[in-house]
Design a protein around this ligand. Structure first.
Ligand code: NAD
Ligand code: 022
Ligand code: ZN
Length: 376
């Protein structure tokens, strides 16, 4: 069938909107009409060419929501008309990882997903007779896409697509890191580095579980107001901190430890900057502080600290997709949104048409958007 898609033909070039051919679903697969998709950092990173694992030509996008149109042989859990959210972290419930209950990183289709193809090794997309690759198993920058059944969460039908698409990445990543990865307790002190889409969702997750002190750190003063709306109690702009030696950088870690009376019970890095990852670890409380890395650093970057920081009881951990098991947890998060327990609407700062998708990446680059959503 003909579908409208934004194709990444090569690194560093803008996306091009074209009519692409899409084959129907094979065994275990599902054809989905995508109604809305968010633009996320990883899409921009891959398009830039800086991602050594980026493959071209491909149809990017991994933060979508839509409706099942057709199911392939052997699909038992979904029927046409179901509302779904694609999962770049699938949940097969059968692999060693799923059965371990210790991780959300399902391995059932990992090798083929990384190569931009479906589990049978082929692509469903083509343009002018040549295959176009899938991306993160989702390819939501197309008005129709095909996914494995295990990579789709079935969600309630009264939820608006242009808001719940964000649960396909940013919302679940931020809230999940608090609930599922760090397991923050009521009464905790939380420190959040980076108040973009991820950091704001960490903040609302922390508020939801009853954290009493939520400190936000960002160099963009424009992020303070929204963060306070989401539950931040204290704001620190590192640029405003005076340095002891007259140099450009103040002592962020020392300031945060003093402000919180010893450091954060839980800290989160939501930027992708190794210097901030170190600061987030070192401002975690001596003896028990847990620091969670969420930000994705550029390929080849390394993190450092003194072993003393860990020997004295701090723990350094990381979180992918908020530690969420997609088919189990994503429908619950949609319910929390519909019940008013979490807020998404103010985070969707821009609505775009598919033709305007490149402008969405420019808004992201300039730090003007939290989330831009393309509606098909
Ligand atoms: P964003 O650009 O919206 O937000 C980043 C924020 O960090 C901005 O407000 C910016 O001002 C702030 N910042 C930049 N440099 C800073 C510094 N030196 N000190 C303090 N603040 C600084 O990005 P986002 O959408 O919130 O994503 C954040 C990160 O999370 C990205 O690296 C993204 O790839 C990653 N991410 C990870 C996962 C996962 O599963 N682990 C999922 C989604 C996103
Ligand atoms: C989503 N991310 C960043 C912004 N939006 C993001 C990027 C990577 C991961 C998670 C979220 C991630 C963490 C760990 C892994 N990935 C590896 C998982 C594994 O090996 O099982 C990751 C994922 C998907 C892909 C690449 C890396 C992919 O499909 N290409 C989950
Ligand atoms: Zn994302």
């Amino acid at each position: 069938m003909d579908v409208r898609a934004a194709i990444a033909f090569e690194a560093g070039q803008p996306l091009r909107i074209e009519t692409v051919q899409l084959d129907g679903p094979r065994a275990g697969e599902v054809l989905v009409e995508i109604k809305a998709t968010g633009l996320c950092h990883t899409d921009k990173y891959t398009l830039s060419g800086a991602d050594p694992e980026g493959l071209f030509p491909a149809i990017l996008g991994h933060e979508g929501a839509g409706i099942v149109v057709e199911v392939g042989a052997g699909v038992t859990g979904l029927v046409p008309g179901d509302h779904v959210i694609p999962l770049y972290t699938p949940e097969c419930r059968q692999c060693r990882s799923c059965l371990s209950r210790k991780t959300n990183l399902c391995t059932a289709i990992r090798p083929t997903q990384g190569r931009g193809v479906m589990p049978d090794g082929s692509s469903r997309f083509s343009f002018q007779g040549r295959p176009v690759l899938h991306y993160m198993g989702c390819s939501t920058f197309a008005n129709y896409t095909v996914l494995p059944e295990i990579a789709l969460a079935k969600v309630r039908e009264d939820a608006p697509f242009d808001k719940i698409c964000y649960i396909g990445c940013g919302v679940t990543t931020g809230i999940g890191a608090v609930l599922f990865t760090a397991r923050v307790e009521p009464g905790s002190t939380v420190i959040v580095f980076g108040l973009g889409g991820i950091g704001l969702n960490v903040i609302q997750g922390a508020r939801m579980v009853g954290a009493t002190r939520i400190v936000g750190v960002d160099i963009n003063p424009g992020r303070e107001a929204m963060a306070r709306q989401f539950g931040m109690t204290d704001f620190v702009n590192p640029k405003d901190l005076k340095s002891k030696d007259g140099g450009p950088d103040g002592d962020v870690v020392g300031h945060l430890i003093e402000l919180t009376g010893g450091g954060g019970d839980y800290t989160f890095e939501c930027v992708g900057n190794p210097t901030l990852m170190r600061q987030a670890l070192e401002c975690a409380h001596r003896g028990w502080g847990v620091s969670t890395i969420i930000g994705v650093a550029a390929a080849g970057q390394e993190i450092a600290t003194r072993p003393f920081q860990l020997v004295t009881g701090r723990r350094w951990i990381g979180s992918a997709f908020g530690g969420a098991r997609g088919r189990t947890d994503v429908p619950k998060i949609v319910d929390w949104y519909m019940d008013g327990r979490i807020s998404i609407d103010p985070l969707i700062t821009h609505h775009l048409k598919l033709d305007e998708i490149n402008e969405g990446f420019e808004l992201m680059e300039r730090g003007e958007s939290i989330r831009s959503v393309v509606m098909f």
